[in-house]
Design a protein around this ligand. Structure first.
Ligand SMILES: C[S@@+](CC[C@H](N)C(=O)[O-])C[C@H]1O[C@@H](n2cnc3c(N)ncnc32)[C@H](O)[C@@H]1O
Length: 191
């Protein structure tokens, strides 16, 4: 329920990469990436969103996939607030997913806050951890998005190398001639 169809390939990749990893799924929405990670053998998946309604959908999606629902894995809260808590507790993850909304009722702004989000997410990743960063902000170019990733990693004093990247799947969402893809997703392995 409540799937972003253009993230299908990313869900498949998360399922392949999750085995043995502790995953933080920020901006979890209906927890579809959390479902993929759990099905893929993650040791733990923490889904976090500011919407209790979407988290309830997420629990339903776990149920539809015959996955056990542990209420502790569905956290109602704001991403920066929780990243701050994890930093204070020195809690680290092996994969952190950031997929904030392009337009939000919360004060989060993609253009203003993405680099800071990457910085905070990188601090929640242990050595060898994977940062999966996405945006469907149409007026942001791939180059600008990558500059935010570089900036955030540099502020966190971390380095990352690109593992994989995606745009909207051509079969279902062909990019009109002369236009850039709206979806930009990058998976980075941090040192
Ligand atoms: C683009 S959707 C995420 C899609 C999801 N990754 C997926 O593939 O299904 C953005 C989500 O971020 C949540 N959100 C918005 N602002 C937030 C914030 N500051 N902290 C945490 N979640 C937030 C919204 O409720 C929404 O569910």
């Amino acid at each position: 329920m409540g799937l972003f169809l253009d993230m299908r390939e990313v869900r498949g990749w998360v399922g392949q990469m999750a085995r043995g990893r502790k995953v933080l799924n920020l901006f979890a929405h209906t927890c579809s990436l959390g479902v993929s990670a759990t099905l893929g053998g993650a040791t733990r998946v923490l889904n976090l969103d500011v919407s209790k309604t979407y988290l309830e959908w997420g629990k339903a999606n776990y149920g539809l996939n015959d996955l056990a629902v542990d209420p502790h894995d569905f956290v109602f809260g704001e991403a920066f607030d929780w990243l701050g808590r994890f930093a204070r507790r020195r809690e680290r993850f092996d994969m952190v997913i950031v997929d904030p909304p392009s337009f939000s009722s919360t004060p989060f702004s993609v253009v203003r806050d993405y680099a800071r989000l990457v910085e905070a997410a990188a601090q929640a990743l242990g050595p060898g951890g994977i940062l999966l960063a996405a945006t469907n902000h149409a007026s942001t170019s791939g180059q600008r998005f990558e500059a935010w990733l570089d900036h955030g990693l540099s502020d966190a004093r971390r380095h990352g190398h690109l593992l994989q990247q995606w745009q909207e799947p051509a079969a279902d969402f062909p990019v009109p001639p002369g236009r850039d893809p709206y979806l930009k997703v990058r998976a980075l392995a941090l040192d």
